[in-house]
Ligand binder design. Sequence first.
Ligand code: GLV
Ligand code: MN
Ligand code: MN
Length: 469
Amino acid sequence: MNSASSLVCLILSVLLVLGSSEAVPGECLADVDCPATASVNEIPSPVVDPATVPAQLMKLAELSDTKSSAGVTRLIFTDSDLAGRAYVRSLMEQAGLLVRVDSMGNIFGRWVGSQPDLPAVGSGSHIDAIPNSGAYDGTLGVLGPIEAIAALRRAGFKPKRSIEALMFTSEEPTRFGISCVGSRAMAGKLDPKHLDSLKDVLAPDNGTFRGAALKAGYANATTNTEDMVKQSSLGEYGTYYDSFLELHIEQGPDLEDENVSLGIVTAIAAPAALRFSLTGDGGHAGGQVMSRRNDALLAAAAITTAVEKFALDTGSSDTVATVGVLRVGPGAINSVPRTADMEIDVRDVIGPRRDEVVSKIISYGEQVAKSRAVRWSHEIVNSDPPATCAPKVLNAAESAARKLNLSHKRMVSRAYHDSLFMAEVTPTGMLFIPCHKGYSHRPDEFASAEDIKNGIEALALALASLSSA
Ligand code: GLV
Ligand code: MN
Ligand code: MN
């Protein structure tokens, strides 16, 4: 690469970090020959057996509160989650990794490098699963790095920086209402008071995250929630990890549709989570004439339709908004709905654009409540900033794809991931593999053995390259 193209690469890398999402997908960047952190060509080729990880994924899928056709359900700190954790730990031990578990229940398996004091290279994801979901979301990114390390070991590679496979606690918000609890704590972005205030859907009267963690056998060496959260923190940017790369199924259809083997993620969208409570006066579904009603469900329905409209109005497919929860009370066919509780998820890779949609939804909620004479309260449960992936990690992943002759493209992640929080403490990137029809968070989620093998081999090469730098 000559100095002119080095300069182009540098400028584009800076633009990538600073840029808006419309620039972030990086079609222009894909053509630029940026070097990897360390040459992947000098790394012995890791070979992954296509059957190994799919078999492990199926075994993990059996550790579920729902059986087979109903998909996988593995809420954090339940028996099935604890069984899954034990399985992950056993795989880390079999791979010869040094295992540690932190105060939040995050599990780390380290392949110690020749310079163990240098910040390490990390790769991990989650095994908790929302109700009736699939076998691949998160789990691939937990089992993949363990197998990637095993493949590098078999190939005779010797890491300079340690390479660490990890499993984050509670990426999914199902049990406690916020996502990425473990990675949030590692990044120093978890407020212990907020954590204590979160309702446990499995023990709504008095359950707390800390209580559930203690019951599951974690956090025993901590004095209170603040101490528990603090002990998990990785400290200053770049001190614990030198870089982080998460492997994940795409959870969208683009790679499969375009017949591309790998997605190199340039930016990760972040969610804002809202809760609306609408309360009318209810009444008899026969006795109360239409003109005398203040039906909470009708107010919620108007807001739901507007949620879709406000997301579409941005004109970008990167803006998405969903009413995923709507609880109606008292829930009787012959009763006018008195209460409607809504949970609304709004995401974008551009933070201010996402926040504008959030503001429009809130103003509209207030307006509808007024016009339908229902009482209204709202809460912004959570609002995280989106992340931009780091050029050095993107380049390592891209060089790995090139060495393996795998087709690849740069793209954004509209789903969120623990990488959102790892980006707060280290240069971070993500590698996507195709999944069948883009299905995810549903029982028929699927990724082929060949795509899994490709993803893990590319991950292994990229981790090795980052470890050598
Ligand atoms: C993660 O599961 C997400 O909802 O994006
Ligand atoms: Mn998920
Ligand atoms: Mn996931």
